[in-house]
Design a protein around this ligand. Structure first.
Ligand SMILES: Nc1ncnc2c1ncn2[C@@H]1O[C@H](COP(=O)(O)OP(=O)(O)OP(=O)(O)O)[C@@H](O)[C@H]1O
Length: 348
């Protein structure tokens, strides 16, 4: 039996669809990824699985439990890395662990956790100080360390649902990926399986010596998509697309710099499946890089404050199942969930 089963999940906010038709399963001990651009419905889907939101339609079970009806039981068995969270700044690391341990009938051993996270000896340190230091140090190596922690948890038999914008992260960690766009699952598969769908595709990247209109390439039968990143043009296509593109440029006397030809990866599969690249108007950070003005595209970029959405996404939550509780709380109207016998104070 799958650990997570989602069937035709639907959730609207004020009549506007956030999740229209989401179905996927996650097996025991898998790391399963949910990948999609901003507003795709990832958070809403995960919040339904955590029992934070009541779906308007469809069904979801986690460990055979209904997240909305069996919330108390489910929370004894579910760990969630929230997208944002707050603790008193001066709470000590040991106290924070004891606080969280007090929520569970069979909590994890704090000493083992401290050891696994390289925080032995920090039990008496204020948690904010530890987080600041960790965040500053979350360089590509720290990111890989975090990936190893996640893999270690999986190796102990824990099932992980991971919401991420990082293609490299999804490719490295996930056994399977559900690609969500506009509230619908557009593909489910292994990273290799998704790439295989566009396996015959090549991506050509170059900087032209002068501006070139998209139409120069979109009219070629070999070309599938044309996208731009700054002055760089990316043309994806099949067959002898390299010859077709370079020929059309040569005929116009346009020189190219930084020419690179790549086989398709997961991000190319994403483009092929959704028709757009994560990063076009989305909050997008380069894999393996700490958040910075260069690689964070939202208004929060460049800010280093603790409350920065950019930082919380990039550093702390991109690798983990996460949700946006603040939004859930603020939008919370008391209402009855269809099929539920309980009334909630703050869920919507
Ligand atoms: N509480 C809410 N009230 C109204 N609309 C909401 C609420 N929460 C989400 N939405 C809308 O629902 C849609 C899906 O949002 P959701 O946060 O689930 O997507 P997402 O894929 O997680 O996006 P992101 O990557 O930005 O977190 C978006 O259009 C969003 O604006």
């Amino acid at each position: 039996m799958p650990v997570i089963e989602v069937r035709k999940l639907r959730k609207h906010y004020g009549g506007k669809p956030a999740v229209e038709d989401v179905s996927f399963t996650v097996g025991q001990g898998e790391i399963s990824g949910i990948l999609g651009p901003n507003g795709a419905g990832k958070t809403t889907t995960v919040e339904c699985l955590e029992g934070l939101r009541c779906p308007d339609g469809g069904a979801a079970t986690v460990l055979g439990l209904d997240p909305w009806r069996d919330t108390a039981e489910l929370r004894q068995r579910l760990g969630v890395q929230l997208q944002e969270s707050r603790l008193p700044d001066k709470l000590r690391v040991g106290e924070a662990l004891e606080l969280y341990a007090s929520f569970y009938r069979n909590p994890a051993d704090p000493d083992v956790l401290l050891d696994q996270l390289g925080l032995s000896g920090r039990r008496g340190t204020a948690y904010r100080k530890v987080l600041d230091e960790l965040t500053t140090g979350l360089d590509p190596r720290a990111r890989r360390d975090t990936w190893e922690v996640i893999e270690g948890i999986r190796d102990r038999g824990v099932t992980i649902l991971l919401v991420t914008h990082f293609m490299a992260e999804a490719e490295r960690l996930c056994d399977r990926i559900a690609v969500i766009d506009a509230g619908r699952v557009v593909a489910v598969g292994t990273p290799a399986g998704l790439v295989a769908r566009v396996a015959d595709e090549q991506v050509i990247r170059f900087r032209p010596s002068e501006p070139v209109p998209d139409e120069l390439f979109t009219g070629l039968p070999e070309v599938r998509t044309v996208t731009r990143r700054g002055g760089q043009v990316e043309v994806s296509g099949v067959g002898n697309v390299l010859h077709a593109v370079t020929s059309v440029l040569a005929r116009r006397g346009i020189l190219v710099g930084g020419l690179r030809v790549e086989q398709a990866g997961v991000d190319d599969a994403f483009v092929a499946l959704t028709g757009r690249r994560i990063g076009q108007g989305d909050h997008w950070c380069s894999p393996g890089s700490p958040p910075s003005r260069r690689n964070c595209s939202r208004a929060t970029r460049g800010r280093r404050s603790r409350s920065s959405a950019c930082r919380s996404r990039c550093c702390w939550c991109s690798g983990c199942c996460r949700t946006r509780t603040s939004r859930a709380r603020s939008s919370a109207a008391s209402r009855r969930c269809p099929g539920s016998s309980r009334r909630s104070r703050w869920r919507s």
